[in-house]
Write a protein that binds this ligand. Structure first.
Ligand code: AMP
Ligand code: GLY
Length: 426
């Protein structure tokens, strides 16, 4: 199979590494890719928002399967565009991608199908938002409806904060994403992520993970796209995984099919595990980043063959197999991230770090500048290690991180603290 992979982050590097292992792969093309992906694929300079360019590239290269990494092209309908010209694509159509693209759609969908999630009110004006805040009391969560690159959610502890969040959303700060908002009940518990591989009808459990969203040690500082992750998530016992698959993921897949928008692709459920079991916080319609960098290295099955089966609606009766080890990934980011940071600073030592056993350095925001590897984004590398348990994976990951020489970068030193402490207690 000739495969075209769309995206340029650490998630896409992890997807490329998994695809490259498949005996069914004849050629891997990436658009736009990055220097890590370039070791596994032919990279083409087509941007992720250039849907015409993507369709033209897939046609010119007679691609058998397009694999879409990030959410924006999915929400914009790249799968629909490819299907219209007869090209197979792994990922949801625009109609199915509303599970990530519109929080109001997802909340109302959950209500229609009895899927456990926080109580909510859909608000079309600041006035409705303020009334909903008063009705719920605090703590309360205010969310912009559309895609807001992680900036659309405010967990407010006080009424003043909650009302200010409503004004912020409807004040136009988030553009079209903030035209509507959802105000919802605060859920208490521990967060975990669950991934499923979905073919329109059948959902297979594809692993679980926990990530660290805050920028600094001790889960302090601003929210980011994710500073590190580990898999599996100790909080999700096999019984809780079954419960989440049966009460949340499978009813979602059945409901989407029933409503005429069958879901195909990776379904990423953000869960809150509290006293009355797992509840849905949100859906994403693609793999997580950096969750892909810890879940995919544990998958034993052939990812390409599975993706092709998902597109063909042929997953029924299958079960995925995982390595028993824990995978843990530490993100190296440019100093200043998630605020302002400089690009183009040199990174040394990646090849030395990669020579360590059971370590992979995934590239996220990197570029080549005449033979030198330089930074080209906020999150720049994700250093993943496999270990017998979280404590060992953590030790191996940081030993590899310490071989990377990049004075303009930083990382958290406590990724996996909760899981590593649990592993040490045995
Ligand atoms: P989201 O983009 O919907 O995943 O929200 C971002 C983060 O806000 C989540 O990872 C949670 O930490 C937090 N959050 C969102 N909704 C809730 C809720 N209903 N209760 C508690 N925390 C929430
Ligand atoms: N790491 C969170 C996400 O990919 O959305």
């Amino acid at each position: 199979m000739i495969v075209l992979l769309l995206g340029s982050g650490g998630r896409e590097h992890a997807l490329a590494a998994a695809l490259a292992k498949s005996p069914a792969l004849t050629r891997l093309i990436a658009a736009p890719g990055n220097p890590g992906i370039a070791k596994l694929a032919e990279c083409r300079a087509v941007a992720i928002d250039d849907l015409d360019g993507i369709v033209a590239l897939a046609q010119a290269e007679k691609v058998d399967l397009v694999v879409v990494g990030p959410e924006a092209p999915l929400v914009d309908g790249v799968v629909d565009r490819l299907n219209e010209v007869g090209i197979r694509a792994f990922g949801p159509t625009a109609a199915a991608a509303r599970l990530e693209g519109s929080k109001a759609f997802t909340k109302e969908f959950c209500a229609r199908h009895g899927i456990p999630t926080a109580g909510f009110r859909r608000c079309r004006s600041a006035e409705e938002g303020h009334a909903a805040v008063d009705a719920f009391g605090v703590p309360v969560v205010v969310k912009a409806d559309g895609l807001a690159a992680g900036k659309g959610v405010i967990v407010a502890e006080t009424l003043a904060e909650a009302h200010a969040a409503v004004d912020h959303m409807f004040g136009g700060a988030l553009g079209a994403a903030g035209a509507e908002a959802v105000v919802e009940e605060f859920l208490d518990g521990e967060e975990a992520s669950l991934f499923a591989l979905v073919d329109g009808k059948t959902a297979l459990f594809l692993g679980d993970a926990q990530d660290h969203k805050r920028a600094y040690d001790g889960d302090e500082g601003p929210n980011t796209g994710g500073m590190g992750a580990y898999s599996p998530a100790p909080v999700l016992s096999p019984a809780l995984i079954d419960q989440a698959m049966n009460e949340i993921v499978r009813p979602t897949v059945a409901g989407m099919a029933e409503e005429g928008a069958p879901f195909v692709g990776f379904l990423y459920a953000g869960l809150m595990v509290g006293p009355d079991g797992p509840k849905l916080i949100e859906y994403n319609v693609r793999f997580g980043d950096p969750e892909a960098q810890v879940v995919l290295p544990r998958l034993k099955d052939d990812l390409l063959e599975l993706m092709a089966a998902a597109v063909d609606g042929a997953l029924e009766g299958r079960k995925l197999k995982f390595r028993p080890e824990t995978a843990l990934s530490v993100v190296l980011a440019a100093k200043g991230y998630p605020g302002d940071y400089v690009k183009g600073t040199e990174i040394r030592g990646v090849e030395t770090a990669e020579k360590r056993g059971q370590v992979t350095v995934f590239h996220a925001g990197t570029a080549l500048d005449g033979g030198r590897l330089v930074s080209a984004g906020g999150r720049v590398l994700a250093v993943t290690a496999l270990g017998a348990d979280a404590a060992e994976a953590q030790m191996k990951a940081y030993a590899a991180v310490d071989l990377i020489d990049w004075p303009e970068g930083f990382c958290r030193r406590d990724i996996g603290w909760r899981a590593a402490a649990a592993a040490e207690e045995g």
